[in-house]
Design a protein around this ligand. Structure first.
Ligand SMILES: Cc1cc2nc3c(=O)[nH]c(=O)nc-3n(C[C@H](O)[C@H](O)[C@H](O)COP(=O)(O)OP(=O)(O)OC[C@H]3O[C@@H](n4cnc5c(N)ncnc54)[C@H](O)[C@@H]3O)c2cc1C
Ligand code: SF4
Length: 490
């Protein structure tokens, strides 16, 4: 066993997470991340300074014990590192493959040097765990006799279900889709995380005793009232998947689609399912409306389908190239980055406000889009407060437009009339204990926070599990997540 170098950060430079060559990876749907070498990961672990105040941990919404597992990996104690990783994160491969890693800009080393490659180390630990067969089902030694229904099988629902099951409760997960995994399975493209990684965790939960019922839209069949009568507590982890629309002239033209219809259909196609009509952009000029991550995934999928041109359009102005004075370390840097998708090709356009979808005369299919080029004014809190039109008629040609302008919140139609209270931004309201306006009905993940990240969803699922355990028993040994704003009930 090798000894750790306490001054590793002076001797070794950062080796960031490696990606496959963009020219090769657009030819397939395999993961864009390249493989890793154990000795290189160990050397990266040695760069951790083991700070007295580990600001990286505060940067991670889960409060992952980053310096601990950096140290263990640097000493080749991989199995112990895996145990420390699992102490705060049920599914480290979900984050190791998809997390934007807000921990890294918060790393102390990153203030004057380059941050520790935390995400690369996390991914390697959990990959090693699966490869070595260290990750196995952990069924609870005793059963509590109490039953919990978890609605939704995304990362929030799965984390909540695993925690509650391990605490001894009998957990049933109800999923509207035929596929378990939420956006991990039916939203995020295969090339960001291969779907066998999700299926493997679902199998682990099932082997631990969690029951999965798919094709069951709660609110309709069964109703929420039926669920509350049959279970001692319910957790709604139904995501925030209702798309934000762009109600402009020409919206009903053929060739204008929502990003999620495009991405979900491609996920089904890659899995060999023909569950949804496939939107094929081969040979087309594609406009993606929305400068965020969902838009980037549309750009990357369009490349793989063989689009002729792809342009990602943002209504916002281009972000600065360096941190602004009001955005200091260790905050997440609000700077311009070229996404993985644009590294593969395509253009980006900023400060274009959509006006209309245009068709060629006599045709029912989109042929172009009209925009206004704008300059935004901001208030003291950085919110847009006004706009100036610089050019009233910017027209971009398009055979296919994909709308990726965000999400309006959870789909609450099945829950109409149940008495569930609305929260901010179309989400579901909860009290400090994550309980909705209905006693015994809790909410977790995007349904509570609004559209967010996998890492937050896992943390929300863990926190909701603790709150439900407290509600059922009056005490709980399940850990709270660092992010938890929720005081214990007992
Ligand atoms: C295209 C795309 C790419 C993304 N990429 C990333 C990324 O790279 N990194 C990252 O961190 N985050 C990413 N995200 C965000 C991330 O996927 C979400 O924040 C996360 O999945 C939310 O988890 P959740 O469990 O709250 O909800 P979801 O994952 O949305 O799961 C909710 C589940 O509830 C089910 N459901 C809804 N209503 C009912 C009902 N009435 N009855 C039964 N079941 C129901 C749904 O079918 C779904 O399976 C991405 C999101 C999208 C859309
Ligand atoms: S979950 Fe995300 S933020 Fe937390 S340590 Fe891993 S990469 Fe960093």
């Amino acid at each position: 066993m090798s000894e750790r170098h306490p001054d590793g950060f002076l001797k070794r430079s950062r080796q960031p997470l490696a990606y496959r060559d963009p020219r090769q990876r657009i030819a397939d749907y395999d993961e864009i991340l390249a493989g890793w070498q154990a000795d290189a990961i160990q050397a990266q672990g040695e760069r951790c300074m083991d700070c007295g105040v580990p600001t990286c941990m505060a940067g991670c919404p889960l409060g992952n014990l980053i310096p601990d597992w950096n140290d263990l990996v640097s000493r080749q104690r991989w199995r112990e590192a895996l145990a420390r990783l699992h102490a705060t994160n049920n599914f480290p491969e979900f984050t190791g493959y998809t997390c934007p890693a807000p921990c890294e800009p918060a790393c102390v080393l990153g203030r004057d040097d380059e941050a520790v490659s935390i995400k690369a180390i996390e991914r390697a630990i959990v990959d090693m765990g699966w490869a070595q067969g260290w990750i196995r089902p952990e069924p609870p030694p005793h059963r509590s006799g109490q039953r919990v229904a978890v609605v939704g099988s995304g990362p929030a629902g799965l984390a909540c279900a695993q925690q509650l099951n391990r605490a001894g409760h009998a957990v049933t997960v109800f999923e509207r889709s035929e596929v378990v995994g939420g956006l991990m399975a039916l939203g995020i493209p295969d090339f960001k995380i291969a779907k066998h990684r999700v299926a493997r965790r679902v199998a682990q939960l099932a082997a631990e005793g969690v029951r999965f019922l798919t094709g069951r839209c709660v609110g309709r069949d069964p109703s929420l009232a039926q669920l509350r009568a049959r279970f001692d507590a319910v957790c709604l982890a139904i995501g925030a998947g209702a798309a934000r629309e762009l109600a402009l002239p020409g919206r009903s033209l053929a060739g204008v689609d929502l990003a999620m219809d495009f991405l979900v259909a491609e996920n089904h196609r890659q899995a060999g399912r023909a569950a949804a009509p496939h939107i094929d952009v081969h040979g087309q000029r594609v406009l993606v409306l929305g400068g965020g991550d969902t838009g980037a995934d549309c750009v990357a999928t369009a490349h793989r389908q063989g689009a002729c041109t792809v342009t990602q359009v943002s209504v916002r102005g281009a972000p600065p190239l360096q941190r602004a004075p009001d955005n200091p370390w260790p905050q997440w840097p609000r700077i311009r980055r070229r996404s993985y998708a644009l590294e593969e090709g395509g253009e980006e356009a900023f400060a274009l406000d959509a006006v209309a979808f245009l068709a060629a005369a006599g045709h029912g299919r989109v042929a172009a889009m009209q925009f206004e080029r704008v300059a935004w004014h901001y208030d003291g809190q950085g919110r847009r407060s006004g706009r100036q039109v610089l050019d009233p008629e910017v027209v971009l040609p398009a055979d296919q437009v994909l709308i990726a302008i965000g999400f309006a919140g959870p789909d609450l139609a099945p829950f109409a009339g149940t008495g569930l209270g609305p929260g901010p931004r179309g989400t579901l309201a909860t009290d400090a204990a994550m309980m909705s306006s209905l006693p015994g009905v809790f909410v977790a993940g995007d349904a509570r926070r609004g559209a967010s990240l996998v890492v937050w969803a896992i943390g929300e699922g863990r926190d909701a599990a603790r709150q439900i355990d407290l509600y059922l028993r009056g005490h709980s040994e399940l850990p709270a997540s660092l992010m938890s704003p929720n005081p214990p009930l007992a």
